[in-house]
Ligand binder design. Structure first.
Ligand code: KG4
Ligand code: ZN
Length: 381
């Protein structure tokens, strides 16, 4: 007698577990036009192509992202970027299982370009379209660098966002706290702008901070000692602005300002991380994983401060590879692949989905605290 087959739900689950998926991802929500091809099988990720074109030159004269310029620049190269990724992967559209594109949150003109490109390819190739939340891309991005199992505590720090989240599984995100004004990356960018360091500000501030004295200026650590996990960075930026006008900006003073600013950011993030780690219960038998993701996760001083906190609690810090901290399409393809593998995408997929300038990962918290759902003034607003 042949062995009994597992029941239908178990069979469907097993089919999904073993099905190899090849997904094209497209990202265009801010100032990176990116396309990637990712292969997922049994939880193993292989990146077949990973093209990222940054619009630094286009926005540098304005020391910030100009939405209209970004949208036009995306429109000019979106098709070429996708073609380059497909060429690198050495496959045709017929070989794909789905096309995933960032559908929000972000600068709406750019989001529309990437989404329409993805939808057009999906329709022409007869493949499902997957509308991806950009923040979910960042949330899963550490998995691009190696094993990082659920559940984990996540600190998402980018140009438009700054929040602590509990990540229990795919699609299970609970926001624990967030900035009440500027995002951290935004604070880096604005500080760099007022110090005349160019754009993007984060890398420039980090570079100068290396030679400066972090104790030269006693900048505020807003909300650090208040209960809860909400953060604030607007006052810190104002304090830097004031200090910058008090004396001529010599090279040494600039470096001191950057180092002192960065030290204040590190203290606030580490302080809040400590509180978040205290309250985070990974569950019976699970080890403690703390993830930092988003553009600001490239910052080595911030990584080191967060790593020390994770270690203090007997946990481990995970961060995406540097290339996948800032915006990229590999993380978008990954979300698409994971959602398909979980059986969430059927038929034409999300072909009817619209572009969303705002799209909180944790809708319930955003509804409960509407002030935090809107009003962020970062590059993505
Ligand atoms: O994730 P991302 O590429 O875009 C958003 O989704 O917002 O993040 C970009 C942000 C910018 O604000 C940039 O200044 C910041 O990440 N950033 C850094 C560093 N590299 C990029 N901030 C601090 N230190 C860095 N090394
Ligand atoms: Zn981003």
């Amino acid at each position: 007698m042949p062995p009994a087959l597992p029941n239908p739900p178990v069979r469907a689950y097993m089919a999904r577990m073993t099905r190899a998926l090849t997904i094209l991802g497209i990202e265009s929500s801010c100032d990176e036009t990116a396309a990637a091809v990712l292969h997922l099988q049994d939880g193993k990720i292989t990146l077949l192509a990973d093209v990222i074109h940054t619009q630094l030159e286009e926005h540098a004269p304005y020391q910030g992202v100009v939405p209209e310029i970004a949208a036009r620049a995306h429109a000019e190269i979106a098709d070429k970027t996708v073609a380059a990724a497909m060429r690198d992967a050495g496959i045709t559209y017929a070989d794909l299982d789905g096309i995933a594109a960032t559908s929000g949150p972000g600068l709406i003109g750019g989001v529309l370009v990437g989404m329409m490109t993805g939808k057009a390819i999906a329709q022409a190739a007869g493949k499902p379209f997957i509308a991806v939340n950009h923040l979910e891309g960042h949330a899963l991005s550490p998995r691009l660098g190696g094993d990082c199992a659920f559940p984990y505590l996540l600190l998402l720090v980018s140009g438009g966002h700054c929040q602590f989240l509990e990540v229990r599984g795919l699609g299970q995100y609970k926001r624990l706290g967030s900035t009440i004004d500027d995002a951290v990356g935004e604070a880096f960018d604005k500080t760099a702008k007022l110090l005349g360091l160019g754009f993007p500000g984060g890398p420039a501030v980090e570079r100068l901070a290396k030679t400066g004295n972090p104790k030269a200026f006693d900048f505020p650590r807003p909300l650090m000692n208040r209960p809860g996990l909400d953060m604030s960075f607007a006052g810190l930026k104002t304090a830097v602005a004031r200090a910058a006008t008090e004396a001529p900006l010599t090279e040494e003073r600039l470096a001191d300002l950057c180092a002192s600013f960065q030290a204040a950011v590190c203290d606030v993030l580490a302080g809040k991380a400590r509180r978040a780690l205290e309250g985070f219960d990974p569950g019976e038998g699970e080890s403690l994983r703390f993830v930092v993701a988003g553009g600001v996760a490239s910052n080595q001083a911030i990584r080191a401060a967060l790593e020390a906190e994770a270690k203090d609690f007997g946990g481990e810090l995970f961060a995406p590879p540097l290339r996948h901290c800032t915006d990229n399409a590999a993380m978008i393809a990954l979300v698409g692949a994971e959602r398909m593998a979980a059986g969430e995408i059927e038929g034409i997929g999300d072909l009817g989905a619209g572009a969303r300038p705002r799209w909180p990962l944790d809708k319930a918290s955003a509804t409960l605290h509407p002030a935090y759902a809107t009003g962020l003034k970062g590059a993505k607003a």
